[in-house]
Design a protein around this ligand. Structure first.
Ligand SMILES: Cc1ncc(COP(=O)(O)O)c(C=O)c1O
Length: 394
């Protein structure tokens, strides 16, 4: 029985790190719990004065007909990647060095950087965490928006960093001038998630480019672009080109979203070679990635058909959801991602329970004194189920 409970706890805590305001399960369950992962008096996960998250103790029991809680790609993995996995599995007795170099070269070409600018990891989470460990093992502070994706920040706090949280602007973009003002002599990193999670909002490209270009002369800037390929319009600009101007930026990307490979665990950072060297202290540079996942990633990169299809379907589902939410009087934040967040008029935990009872798994937050539902954009059928569940409880 104890094992079952432990497993449930682990699943729940693991879930909380997926596609959300990440919590590393080992830290939740482990001795470091006292600091970064505290719960408030209502048993909500406490991120900051502005920002908490609800969870259900019995989450792993959800009969999720529509699993819309971790911003996964419902169409993946691409058939091309599946085929590559099957064909490469017999090579699994060997480490994947050669294949990894092929993948790194391919990514270098795509990002217009050299292989020395890149570090691969089993998911970008792994690299976010390693950057946090290396930069903050001797203290310091990290500046970021609030709300934002918490993975790097939580690990930074767990090794002794102080988090300087800067509220987002009224349109949910990063408040870059307030962030710049928050930097002091102890600041070791600025973290920017663009598009941001959990809001789905985008910070204007030119403002961000100017900010990164100028401020990175003082302090490194980490730009988490997990959802960039799903964004659209003139603001959807990666900051990776700043590396060619030798700016001290670190850009994180993942195969978990547009490539549909969350469970296959592949991500990378692009940074100045000297920054990559620094992080190498705590990583075996790609040793964490399985041969089959490397082959899958190579195939997925070439599969522009799959990526285009994902984007088209994601946009169709988004348009449908926006119109259904409007009919019901909900007011979502415009989303540049594969998820959407909107205020609800019910305590978040009750909302989660009612959705779960109908087989729909979502996330619920308390942000700036309002309760919010964050729903991942699943398939059209899944989102229709979500809409009908929402109608059932409104
Ligand atoms: C903003 C953001 N960054 C990073 C990640 C981690 O992705 P992965 O570890 O699967 O690459 C996520 C996952 O949802 C995310 O939302």
């Amino acid at each position: 029985m104890k094992n079952v409970m432990d497993r449930r706890g682990m699943l729940r805590n693991g879930l909380l790190s997926l596609g959300g305001m990440a919590l590393a399960p080992h830290l939740v369950n482990g001795a470091s719990m006292n600091k970064p992962f505290k719960l408030d008096s209502k048993n909500r996960l406490y991120y900051s004065e502005l920002n908490r998250e609800y969870f259900l103790e019995n989450y792993d029991e959800v009969k999720a007909f529509a699993k819309l809680n971790a911003n996964e790609n419902p169409y993946g993995p691409p058939t091309s990647a599946q085929k590559a996995i099957i064909e490469s599995v017999t090579g699994g007795n060997r480490y994947a060095w050669k294949e990894l170099y092929t993948l790194v070269d391919k990514i270098a070409k795509k990002e217009n950087v050299t292989a020395k600018h890149l570090m691969m990891g089993p998911g970008s989470s792994d690299l976010l965490e390693k950057v946090a460990i290396v930069l903050f093992m001797n203290g310091g502070n990290i500046v970021s928006a609030d709300p934002t994706y918490m993975s790097l920040i939580r690990v930074a706090e767990s090794v002794g960093a102080k988090w300087k949280a800067v509220p987002c602007k009224g349109d949910w973009a990063h408040d870059l001038s307030a962030m710049e003002n928050a930097i002091d002599s102890e600041t070791k990193l600025v973290y920017i998630c663009n598009p941001n999670n959990p809001t789905g909002a985008m910070t204007p490209a030119k403002e961000l480019m100017d900010f990164c270009s100028r401020v990175s002369e003082k302090v490194p800037i980490f730009i988490d672009e997990a959802y960039m390929e799903l964004a659209y319009g003139p603001q959807a600009v990666s900051m990776v080109s700043l590396l060619n101007e030798k700016k001290n930026v670190i850009v994180a990307r993942t195969f978990s979203k547009i490539m549909g490979m969350a469970g296959l665990r592949i991500g990378y950072i692009a940074a100045l070679p000297e920054f990559i060297d620094k992080i190498s202290v705590v990583t075996r540079g790609g040793m964490g990635i399985s041969l089959t996942s490397v082959h899958a990633a190579i195939a997925a990169m070439d599969d522009s058909g799959f990526q285009d299809m994902t984007k088209t379907k994601n946009d169709e589902v988004k348009t449908y959801l926006v119109s259904e939410l409007a009919k019901m009087g909900y007011d979502p934040i415009p989303s540049y991602t594969n998820f959407m967040i909107f205020p609800i008029s019910m305590p978040g935990k009750e909302f989660l329970g009612k959705m779960q009872d109908q087989g729909v798994g979502v996330r619920a937050f308390k942000i700036m004194d309002k309760d919010w539902c964050r729903v991942s954009l699943g398939t059209m059928d899944e989102i229709k189920l979500f809409v009908s569940a929402l109608k059932g409880i409104s």
